[in-house]
Design a protein around this ligand. Structure first.
Ligand SMILES: [Fe+2]
Ligand SMILES: [Fe+2]
Length: 188
């Protein structure tokens, strides 16, 4: 991952498109926080298996993403979502429970989550394109992270995610949960 450009100076003021930027930073921070927790939950169960190295690498990338959004929130004066403590626990639980179902189920979880994040980041990039210069740095950051998320999804599929028994059902449920979490984190 290339280091994204620094998004300062302050880009958020008080108009409605600024409110959208604040929402974007809030929800992305929540998502990266959740992602770190999911991979930590997986590692708590699968830390000594063949998948551990792969999962640890993804977790490290999520930590770098989270750190960037941590800094952006401070710089831009954006508060975290009120659901932050919920995502902390739910993310870890999702990672651990799917890992308990097996390495392939853990990968199915990763593929589902990363697919939703990929789509989410793609729609943010499209929205930021219309915002022009003030949003350019944030757009570049999100594009760089999106490339990592796509890589995570592809890695999970390469590790047999789709061979999980009940893959369609499991994947559908996780994606629905992620989309709900995104909507809640944007607004609250
Ligand atoms: Fe990420
Ligand atoms: Fe990811």
């Amino acid at each position: 991952m290339d280091l994204p450009p620094k998004a300062s100076p302050r880009m958020i003021g008080h108009n409605s498109s600024d409110k959208n930027l604040a929402r974007m930073i809030r929800v992305d921070h929540a998502g990266e926080h959740g992602a770190v927790q999911i991979y930590r939950g997986q590692l708590a169960v699968l830390g000594h298996t063949a998948s551990a190295r792969t999962i640890r690498h993804m977790e490290e990338q999520e930590q770098a993403h989270l750190k960037t959004f941590d800094a952006l929130m401070v710089e831009q004066g954006v508060r975290p979502t009120v659901f932050s403590p919920v995502w902390h626990v739910a993310g870890f639980a999702l990672g651990a429970v799917t890992a308990l179902m097996g390495e392939k189920a853990a990968m199915a979880c990763t593929a589902a989550v990363e697919e939703v994040i990929d789509q989410h980041y793609a729609s943010q990039v499209a929205a930021l394109e219309e915002d022009g210069a003030p949003a350019a740095a944030l757009k570049e950051t999100i594009e760089a992270f999106r490339a990592d998320e796509i890589e995570h999804r592809d890695t999970a599929i390469a590790h047999g995610a789709e061979q999980t028994p009940g893959y369609g059902l499991l994947s559908g449920a996780i994606k629905a949960g992620c989309r709900l979490a995104i909507r809640l984190s944007e607004r609250f």
